[in-house]
Ligand binder design. Structure first.
Ligand code: GLN
Length: 483
């Protein structure tokens, strides 16, 4: 049962092959048995899951249907869940029970999804390895000595290990697509404004976007359908109609123009990944796509710009964690300043503290123009590059990451080495564009992802291309040994 995709689960439930309650019990037992190897969950919500599963079964018995009705999922632990610990992977929020549900959580619950638990993540979503979590590192099910990617590493490892069919993640600079690539999943970061950020604990507000992690594009379509849509509670949510993503999966790729940026194939890219990327291009050509070399000339500035903007916004967003209103408070504060200093010093881990310092510095008087303003100008140039490219092509294709999953601890002493792994993913966040990573092969037994980018609100096109690719390849069906 644990091998079933969301689409197969929906069919099984509709045909009464099993109930949501039965499936939920199987998966909860599997998580209890196997997750100690992976550490992909921070909290299991067994009581809630069984209650939601029974309710979904009752709704089906009453004639209701729906692809998510009775479907087991989990949420990255930065989506607020009412009455349930919402830790954001941090000691700061270890004792925080959210007073309300995030819009994404509420929408999926209303559609009948069953929440099995809250998944592990890099602290405050800062990282590409899921090693900065207060709850310990997450392991990659493809090789337990390697990282699963981050920051949605718990969601990725759990889905890859078939502990459940799909989970939510968030992507500020790649945190859905990068762990998807490193664990052989399909992951989609929607257009900025497509999915509500209300109740999603903020890292960098102008970049953050929630989205689905699943094994197939077909399942990402189902989960995105439940997440997307206008939310009056989020002032950056956009009031655009949500198309039927599943209905769009079968469009023909005949004549689809795919752009491959020449800048992607620079020295930093593992040549074996470059070969797999080109093999995926050949596969799409067979389906009727035409390939064109394009250029994204400002791509080289993306990492420096991102690592100014994201920490700047983080330093502002994280100022609310002051030991007074939320989370950790130090013992016996001597005065207000001591309360702030020690609560924050004890509550935040080293990577979060590093980013707050970098961000506060970049925003400080005298440096604002040189760093933050400059980075915003680069952001516009990067967006313009994409706009020009999308005049010529329908989709941009390339690697999701320059390397496969690295060994646990390998980049711990050098944060910049980890930041460089984000080179292919962060441009989409800076421009606000949708992006998808899909499985495209293996290097040394470790999964490799190919990234597709599309114009604003063309999530359906990404899912269509990935689904057609997956009908003709079987990388996404491979299961890690032992799971
Ligand atoms: N690795 C990037 C960072 O550390 C992206 C994280 C994310 O997308 N949440 O900022």
């Amino acid at each position: 049962m644990h091998q079933l995709t969301l689409a197969e689960i929906a069919r099984g439930l509709a045909d009464k092959k099993f109930s949501s309650e039965e499936l939920t019990k199987v998966l909860l037992a599997r998580i209890t048995q196997l997750d100690p190897q992976l550490n992909s969950f921070i909290s299991l919500t067994e009581d809630l899951a069984l209650q939601q599963a029974k309710a979904a079964d009752a709704r089906r018995a009453n004639g209701e249907s729906g692809a998510l009705l009775g479907a087991p999922i989990a949420h990255k632990d930065l989506f607020c869940t009412q009455g349930i610990r919402t830790s954001c992977g941090s000691k700061m929020l270890d004792n925080f029970k959210a007073p309300y549900d995030a819009t994404v959580v509420a929408k999926l619950a209303a559609a009948g999804a069953v929440t099995l638990g809250k998944t592990n993540m890099d602290e405050f979503a800062m990282g590409s390895a899921n090693e900065s979590s207060y709850y310990g590192a997450v392991k990659n099910p493809w090789n337990l000595e390697h990282v699963p990617g981050g920051s949605s590493g718990g969601s990725a490892a759990a889905v890859a290990a078939r502990l459940l069919p799909a989970a939510t993640g968030t992507d500020t600079g790649g945190s859905i697509r990068q762990p998807a690539a490193l664990t052989n999943l399909t992951g989609l970061k929607p257009t900025y404004g497509r999915v509500s950020r209300w109740g999603m604990i903020a890292y960098a507000s102008s970049l953050d976007q929630g989205g689905p992690l699943a094994r197939t594009a077909e399942d990402c379509a189902i989960l995105l359908q439940g997440m997307a849509g206008f939310d009056p509670q989020d002032s950056t949510s956009i009031d655009e109609p949500v198309p039927d993503y599943s209905a769009g999966l079968n469009g023909s790729l005949q004549g689809l123009r795919i752009g491959v940026p020449k800048e992607y194939f620079s020295a930093g890219l593992d040549p074996r990944i470059a070969d797999l990327v080109m093999a995926s291009v050949e596969e799409l050509k067979k389906l009727g796509a035409v390939i064109k070399e394009i250029s994204l000339p400002n791509m080289q500035h993306a990492i420096p710009a991102y690592y100014v903007i994201a920490p700047a916004e983080a330093s502002s967003n994280l100022s609310r964690f002051d030991g007074v209103r939320f989370g950790h408070r130090c013992a016996d504060p001597k005065n207000l300043e001591d309360l702030y200093k020690r609560s924050r010093g004890e509550g935040f881990g080293p990577e979060v503290q590093r980013r707050i310092m970098v961000g506060a510095y970049a925003l400080s008087a005298g440096y604002y123009d040189a760093y933050y303003l400059k980075a915003q100008k680069i952001r516009r140039l990067i967006k313009n590059d994409f706009m020009a490219a999308f005049n010529e092509v329908d989709i941009i294709l390339g690697p999701t990451t320059p390397n496969p999953a690295w060994k646990l601890g390998a980049k711990n002493s050098d944060p910049v080495a980890a930041y460089l792994e984000d080179v292919y993913t962060i441009t989409a966040n800076l421009a606000g564009l949708p992006g998808l990573s899909m499985p495209a092969g293996f290097v040394d037994g470790l999964p490799v992802g190919v990234q597709l980018l599309a114009p604003y609100f063309q999530e359906g096109r990404l899912l269509n291309v990935a689904h057609q690719y997956q009908l003709n390849t079987d990388w996404h069906t491979r299961t890690p040994t032992g799971f």
